[in-house]
Design a protein. Structure first.
Lengths: 244, 185
């Protein structure tokens, strides 16, 4: 029996039942930009960077189940423009000063900015005041760069069984908090070995004393753009709902 | 028959506002290509010429954001005179390093630096000579003050990135910076 397929920008992509459009695309080596998607976690659907048009209607490819015969548009000027605008909004909402960020070169937000040729944040800067939390002996939290993707929240709850992080507030005041009475990371049982310490796509959760150790030229996205790393994002059993 | 005419040279002005001149140094990093560039362009106001005011130009290139009133005046003079205005580098584009003071109170910063910090001579005060341009409460990228036509990111953008961008532009093409040339750091 032929396996079921759909098309992305005219290219035929096979899928197994239950896979999202994103999972099927990445499995087939077709890159779709994303920030809150992570191969080991259930989809979250918050960043909207993975937006595509399916049979003419916009949808987030990380949450949309693949179906036979779908006509998916991804790399069109219209969709690329929308993705650029999303990246620009993320950049001005926080304080993103890449030259002084330890995540620079390894950051998905930055790498997507390069990939989509975002030359300017375009909008007016918010310059929010978000003090850092340096209380923990091994890890620095720099909230200035949080994009609210909830990956650390999901990792801490689902993998580490700790619930160290949460989101608080609504709308533009929504922000990441630490679940401790003091609000400080040092007053939780968070550890550097936690999954939550490894999943942040941007430069918020940073291991202390290793910043800038890797020289420019050897960082993760220096040699090849985000899209060339497609194999790293292929779905795992966990992302297909199999974490117990 | 007439001799073939060389096209008139493009007039280019450049300046550094709240920047560190790193972007201008990087501009000089186009090395011997500067000679090729000089066949195509002539410089108006620029640290290279020391002309103090910008006259009518084809291209204006601005390094740095705005951190004081004088920056704003210079930026407006460039916008009024330049057909195409380009933001060069991180500080012009998002405020960059100077903007990291934006969540601090300006008076507190000035007093800490000029009056209350240890190691200052006694009686030291925050300078307030009328000749000094007034400092803005916050540092801002230049596109928040005037319309900017093009942006070349980087801290600083590499000489190669600047060259690629300007040669695309002078050739009348939409400038592109591929992987490795576009960077924010
Ligand atoms: S988190 Fe990414 S985009 Fe933000 S400052 Fe750091 S490297 Fe730049
Ligand atoms: S800290 Fe990082 S992983 Fe957590 S929500 Fe913010 S951006 Fe996402
Ligand atoms: S990756 Fe799909 S919404 Fe973030």
């Amino acid at each position: 029996m032929m396996s079921a397929t759909f098309t992305i920008d005219g290219q035929e992509v096979p899928f197994t039942p239950g896979q999202s459009v994103m999972q099927a695309a990445l499995s087939a080596g077709v890159f779709i930009p994303h920030l809150c998607y992570h191969p080991e976690f259930r989809p979250h659907g918050s960043c909207k960077l993975c937006t595509v048009k399916v049979n003419g209607r916009p949808a987030t490819s990380c949450t949309l189940p693949a179906a036979a015969g779908m006509d998916v548009e991804s790399n069109t000027p219209e969709i690329l423009d929308k993705r650029r605008a999303l990246l620009q909004m993320l950049l001005v909402e926080g304080n993103h000063f890449c030259p002084s960020c330890e995540k620079s070169g390894n950051c998905k937000l930055q790498a997507l900015g390069y990939e989509l040729e975002v030359f300017t944040p375009h909008f007016n800067q918010f310059y929010p005041d978000r003090p850092v939390d340096a209380s923990h002996p091994d890890v620095l939290l720099d909230f200035n760069r949080c994009i609210l993707c909830e990956l650390c929240i999901r990792a801490s709850a689902e993998v580490d069984g700790k619930n160290v992080f949460a989101l608080s507030g609504r709308g533009i005041t929504k922000h990441l908090i630490v679940n401790a009475e003091s609000g400080k990371l040092a007053d939780t049982n968070f550890a550097l070995t936690d999954k939550a310490a490894q999943v942040c796509p941007v430069g918020v959760i940073l291991e202390k004393r290793v910043g800038f150790a890797v020289p420019i030229g050897q960082r993760h996205y220096d040699a090849a753009p985000f899209s060339a790393h497609v194999a790293e994002f292929k779905p795992t059993p966990e992302s297909q709902g199999e974490r117990s | 028959m007439n001799a073939p005419q060389t096209p008139p040279k493009l007039k280019v002005a450049t300046c550094s506002l709240a920047g560190c001149f790193g972007c201008h140094m990087s501009f000089l990093d186009i090395d011997e290509r500067l000679l090729t560039l000089l066949e195509l362009v002539e410089f108006d106001r620029s640290p290279i010429t020391d002309i103090k005011h910008c006259g009518p130009c084809d291209i204006g290139i601005i390094e740095g954001g705005v951190c004081n009133a004088e920056n704003v005046h210079v930026l407006r003079e460039f916008r009024a005179n330049c057909r195409i205005l380009i933001a060069l580098g991180a500080c012009a584009i998002n405020g960059g390093l100077p903007a990291q003071r934006n969540h601090l109170d300006l008076r507190n910063i000035l007093e800490a630096i000029y009056a209350t910090d240890t190691g200052l001579a006694s009686g030291t005060q925050v300078p307030n000579d009328p000749e000094l341009p007034l400092t803005l409460n916050q540092v801002h990228p230049i596109h928040e003050v005037v319309k900017i036509d093009y942006f070349i990111p980087g801290c600083p953008p590499s000489g190669d990135a600047i060259w690629k961008f300007l040669t695309d532009l002078v050739a009348g093409q939409t400038p592109h910076l591929g992987h490795g040339l576009i960077h924010y750091d």
